[in-house]
Design a protein around this ligand. Structure first.
Ligand code: RB5
Length: 148
């Protein structure tokens, strides 16, 4: 199950990605927003990210105008490793090396064609583990032990 969330700036792109997920028969849960009315990206990110860290969803696809604000919100949630990407290489390597569990896309940055390519590679690339596991473990240690 894939968690989807967007603010108004990412709403149209979320809808385009949702149509592609349906074509691919990939199940999703849409945590909103459901219109272009102005809303606040942290409010939309939180329930989708909770679904991931609680194990109800495998990964999150998050959308705002730039992808940046909603990635900042997502990365405040312990257990989320969110990557804001607008190129194929980053979307692939954030899975291979960072075990990212949330992909953030900018509705004012990428078009729907590129967005579904980024989502496709993100959803279908496995974490490499090995030396990268040690680094991901250190990210988790910062969450557990704090940054000071
Ligand atoms: C909303 O206008 C916009 O600020 C938001 O979608 C996002 O781009 C923030 O990072």
């Amino acid at each position: 199950m894939i968690a989807l969330a967007a603010d108004h700036g990412g709403f149209q792109l979320k809808e385009a990605v949702k149509a592609w997920l349906e074509e691919q028969k990939i199940p999703y849960e849409d945590f909103g927003t459901h219109s272009e009315a102005s809303c606040d990206y942290p409010d939309m990110a939180l329930p989708a990210c909770r679904a991931v860290v609680e194990g109800r969803c495998e990964k999150a696809l998050l959308f705002c105008g730039t992808g940046v604000g909603i990635s900042m919100a997502a990365n405040k949630v312990h257990g989320i490793r969110a990557a804001c990407c607008s190129d194929h290489f980053s979307a692939k390597y954030t899975r291979l090396h960072n075990d990212a569990n949330a992909l953030c896309l900018g509705g004012r940055v990428v078009g729907p064609g590129l967005a579904v390519e980024l989502v496709d590679v993100f959803l279908h690339t496995a974490f490499e583990g090995g030396r990268h596991q040690r680094r991901v473990d250190k990210l988790s240690a910062i969450e557990r032990e704090g940054s000071r």
